[in-house]
Design a protein around this ligand. Structure first.
Ligand SMILES: [Zn+2]
Ligand SMILES: [Zn+2]
Length: 349
């Protein structure tokens, strides 16, 4: 049977800044752009404030679900907090921030863990430096702004990149993916993808340029979240459903610029067990198979404990999981074989 789990898929854009921190537009304008982009959920994460939860307020705006988290931002160790959590000061140690978000019932993700900074633009690195911490939900494995910036090593390169901001931006940082696979040996570590949308303007009229207009950022990197039931029309219930699915790792990181179809699925099945979804932790035994389904023919890469162990082209994936470990897929698409999707792992213990 195709897609035996029958999950519901939602296109979420998270990690977005408004004028309440360093974004260029008020939340109302960003909501309007998100509605035009046709996404399902906009998750605003201003630096160290959840002010937008009051004004204009979280909830449904027609079909768009607007939710408000925050990015807690000390000089390094930025932390994305999702859920209705009260914020602690950004001067707290990262472990304190993590524990507080968790105790308040929220989810937390290490933002852009290997942010390179940029010597050419004199931007410092906002990388994850305090690696001794634990208790976070997961990692932002792909961040549009941070990963785009990795290709820029000089001012001329920066100007060229700013003029063509959606050309050829890199894949997720190899160091981040390696850390993700390594940490997954011990526990579930959920990968999400962030737009890090600011709508930044640079220069002055008439040479003003908006490097990443919100509209474009909403097509850069999304996180698709899978739920067992359709999202509730009560927005608080819907937020709780999304948080639960994210906590369980039922999510895939998608680059919609390569195609914004829904329909990607990854699961594992066994003749003597019920199928299990992305993010599941399962006792290993022989006979489990990793299954995938794509809405168009794609290039599948099966990654086991950080190494690509299988490649295949098509709409269906069906490979034996021959050993315990962290199993996930990378889906490439189009003539350039660019990464379209990073799926969350299934953990065979
Ligand atoms: Zn940040
Ligand atoms: Zn940010």
């Amino acid at each position: 049977m195709l897609d035996p789990l029958g999950l519901f898929e939602y296109r979420v854009v998270l990690h977005v800044h408004s004028r309440y921190s360093d974004g260029s537009e008020p939340p109302e304008a960003i909501i309007a752009e998100a509605q035009r982009a046709g996404i399902d959920v906009l998750w605003l994460t201003d630096h160290d404030t959840r002010r937008a939860a009051q004004e204009p307020g979280a909830g449904y705006y027609d079909h768009l679900l607007f939710l408000v988290g925050a990015e807690i931002t000390p000089p390094t160790n930025h932390y994305l907090a999702l859920g209705p959590v009260p914020l602690v000061g950004a001067d707290s140690p990262l472990q304190t921030v993590i524990d507080h978000v968790r105790a308040s019932g929220g989810l937390g993700f290490i933002a852009h863990p290997d942010d390179p900074g940029n010597p050419a633009a004199r931007l410092p690195s906002y990388r994850w430096s305090d690696r001794a911490v634990d208790g976070f939900t997961g990692l932002e494995i792909w961040n549009h702004v941070s990963d785009w910036g990795r290709q820029i090593q000089s001012v001329p390169q920066g100007i060229r990149a700013a003029l063509r901001p959606f050309r050829g931006w890199p894949e997720a940082a190899p160091a981040t993916l390696a850390a993700w696979d390594a940490m997954g040996q011990g526990r579930r570590v959920v990968g999400i993808g962030g737009a890090d949308a600011h709508g930044h303007h640079v220069g002055m009229w008439p040479f003003r340029l908006t490097i990443f207009p919100y509209r474009a950022s909403f097509r850069a990197i999304r996180t698709h979240v899978y739920t067992e039931e359709p999202l509730d029309r009560n927005w608080r219930t819907a937020e709780a459903m999304l948080l639960e699915s994210l906590r369980l790792g039922r999510a895939a990181v998608v680059k919609p610029a390569l195609g914004d179809e829904q329909g990607f699925r990854q699961w594992a099945e066994h003749s003597r067990h019920d199928p299990v979804a992305m993010g599941s932790e399962q006792p290993y035994e022989p006979g489990w198979r990793l299954r995938g389904l794509a809405p168009v023919p794609v290039d599948w890469e099966v990654v086991h404990d950080g190494a690509v162990v299988h490649r295949e082209h098509g709409t269906l994936l069906n490979v034996p999981m021959g050993a315990p470990g962290v199993w996930r897929t990378v889906v490439r698409r189009g003539p350039g074989h660019e990464v379209w999707i990073y799926a969350n792992p299934i953990y065979m213990r």
